[in-house]
Each structure stands twice: as C-alpha cells, then as structure tokens.
Design a protein around this ligand. Structure first.
Ligand code: PEP
Ligand code: MN
Length: 344
C-alpha cells in the first residue's frame, strides 16, 4: 500500500500512522526523496485503506495494493456473474429487466408480465413498497403487492426484482424476490445494506442521485462485507440542471465502474429519462458503454399508472429495446439471457 502523508504533520500524527501500520503487521519504508510517501508491505485486508484514511496524518492512499476492498477489481481476477432465475448478469452475460414501476393490481401485473416475457425479459420488476418523495403520494400495495408478485412469478416463470425500504421487511421481501432492490434514496442506508448482506438473495443496488462512484462502490461493500457476494450495481441517472430529463444517465459511470469493480453494472434509462420517448436511445447508450443489463419501466396503460406513468413505455417499444439488446450484445461478443427466441 502507498500512503501519502499530510504536509507538515506533527510527531504524534506520524506516530499514530506508524503505530497502526505496526498493529496491522506492515513493514514501513519511506520512499526517498519524497519523505511524505510511505510504502507499506504486508498482508492487506479490505478494511485497512479506510483505517489509514481516517487518521489525520494521512493525506490519501495512492495505491491500496493488497489492501483492496471487496468490490475492487483485482488484476487477473474474473468478473462476478450474478444469477437471477434464468437471468445472468456480468462476465459476458446481459439480461433485460422490465415491468411496472409499482405493483398495482393482480390483473395489470399479470398482463405486463406476460407481455414483457414474450418479448425477451427474463426478470420482472415491480415495487410493492415504493420510496416516494412525498409522504402523500402512493406508497405501494406493500404486503398485498408481494403476494401478487409471488403469484405472477408462479404463473409466468419470470424471476422477480422488488425494492425493500426497511430492514424489518427484508425477510418477507426475500421470500418472494429473486433479486432485492435497494433504491437510490437508500443507497447510503448502512443498516439496510448490512441486513440484505446477511441474507442470501442477490441485491440490486441503485446509485444515489448525487453519489460519487467510490461512494456507490462502498455502499456495495457493506453488502459484500456481510458475506453476500451477489451485488449488481445500477446507474439510474444523477441530478443535473436541465429539466428536459428527470436525471442525467451517466454512461461514463458505466464504463468507469466496469474498470473499478468486478461486479455487474446495469442501467435504468427510465428513471434517468423520466419520459418514455427517449428510454430506447438511453438503453442503447448504456449497453454501448458496457452495461451488463437494462431495467425499464413498462406499462400497458401509462395514463392509469399509480406512479411514473410518464416514463413508462409500451410493450411494443419494450420489444424494440430487447431486440436492440440482442443485436448489441452480439456485437460485443456477449450473451443475452432470454427464454424466448428474439428476432435478429
Ligand atoms: C424504482 O426503480 O422503482 C425506483 C424508485 O428507482 P430509484 O430508486 O432509482 O429512484
Ligand atoms: Mn419509478
């Protein structure tokens, strides 16, 4: 590990750094002529970097070396492949997730589920618990929504992703969900992250709308550190200044994340756009940037949707996105997980 010390640090500050290094079993060497650079040799562990960063005498960690965090890509190590029902994410596999923003009624959910399945989705999305900006907005169908998801899953064979908002609901949600979603508003909720880390279902972690990529990856680290290795990261747009779109789909983040981490990365162009008419080009942009999957809001009657109706797309438009995905992953030598034969 390469540690840069703060300029003009005091004797006690330096002593604290050296003492921690000793405690963790590192040999310390000053890199002459730069007396502010320490090279630490020893057996690194994922928590060491943060422990040094917390000391006042440390300016930054230039290279974590063997003390890399669990999310980090290690030289030569393979990408993580996350399996969700018939869907495969990462390590050359791409999956399309589609469904309504919220689970509304059993009939509507079943109709959308059948429609997206026939057009290439392998995983159905749908929030039973909805994280809404206003407490007066529709909060979801909650336990009833989970039951509806369980039924439609049985009927269609689709795997299901749904959001959990409260650590007390994790067990109930994990009984139905094949993939547990932590939404943007909860990206930094460490108690919730640790709770989903302690159960075995894979986790879909959405990026907070003003989170840096390191903050995003460290949120994933909370799940990994509890022993759950199956985390999928989702870029869903960050705050911009222009109201033309709800958020700004950060495609640069997709490419950069693929360099930083071995975890699969997907995009949600629906929550980025906030409008249905540009979901398709954004989905294509995400895939072009290297995304391992796409998640989109689909509704058969957007005008009746309880939330996010303006960003929902039709089944037909969804079919076009799935066909795009098929063509684009082939270009990249990847595979699309799909239980139906898609037009080429
Ligand atoms: C969602 O996917 O339903 C959702 C609420 O998204 P986000 O957390 O990205 O706002
Ligand atoms: Mn939504």
């Amino acid at each position: 590990m390469l540690v840069r010390l703060r300029k003009n640090l005091s004797e006690p500050e330096l002593a604290a750094v050296l003492s921690l290094a000793g405690q963790l079993g590192y040999e310390v060497r000053t890199l002459e002529p730069r007396r502010d650079l320490l090279e630490l040799t020893g057996r690194g562990a994922p928590d060491h970097r943060s422990r040094f960063e917390d000391l006042v005498g440390v300016e930054s960690i230039l290279d974590a070396g063997e003390a890399r965090e669990r999310f980090q890509r290690a030289p030569g190590a393979p990408d993580t492949l996350v399996k969700v029902g018939e869907g495969r994410f990462g390590a050359g596999h791409v999956t399309v997730i589609a469904g309504p923003c919220a689970v509304e009624s059993a009939e509507r959910l079943a109709e959308i589920a059948r429609g997206v399945r026939a057009r290439g989705a392998t995983v159905l999305r749908g929030g039973a618990y909805k994280p809404r900006t206003s407490p007066y907005s529709f909060q979801g169908t909650r336990e009833r929504g989970l039951e509806m998801l369980a039924r439609v899953k049985l009927e269609t064979g689709l795997a299901v992703v749904t959001e959990v908002l409260d650590p007390r609901d994790v067990e109930a949600v994990a009984e139905v969900a094949d993939l547990i979603q932590i939404g943007s508003r909860n990206m930094a909720n460490s108690a919730l992250l640790a709770e989903v880390g302690r159960q075995r279902k894979p986790v879909l972690l959405k990026r907070g709308f003003s989170a840096t990529l390191r903050e995003f990856c460290l949120a994933a680290e909370y799940v990994l550190a509890e022993g759950n290795p199956n985390v999928i990261l989702c870029e869903r747009g960050i705050r911009g200044f222009d109201p033309s779109t709800r958020n700004v789909l950060d495609v640069g983040a997709v490419a950069a994340l693929k360099c930083m981490t071995h975890l699969p990365v997907i995009v949600d162009p629906s929550h980025a756009a906030g409008r249905g008419d540009i979901v398709r080009p954004l989905a294509r942009a995400g895939l072009a940037a290297g995304a391992d999957g796409v998640m989109v809001d689909v509704h058969t009657a957007p005008s009746e949707a309880h939330c996010d109706g303006h960003q929902a797309i039709s089944l037909e438009e969804f079919g076009r996105i799935a066909a795009d995905a098929q063509a684009m992953v082939a270009l990249d030598g990847k595979r699309l997980s799909s239980s139906v034969e898609l037009p080429r």
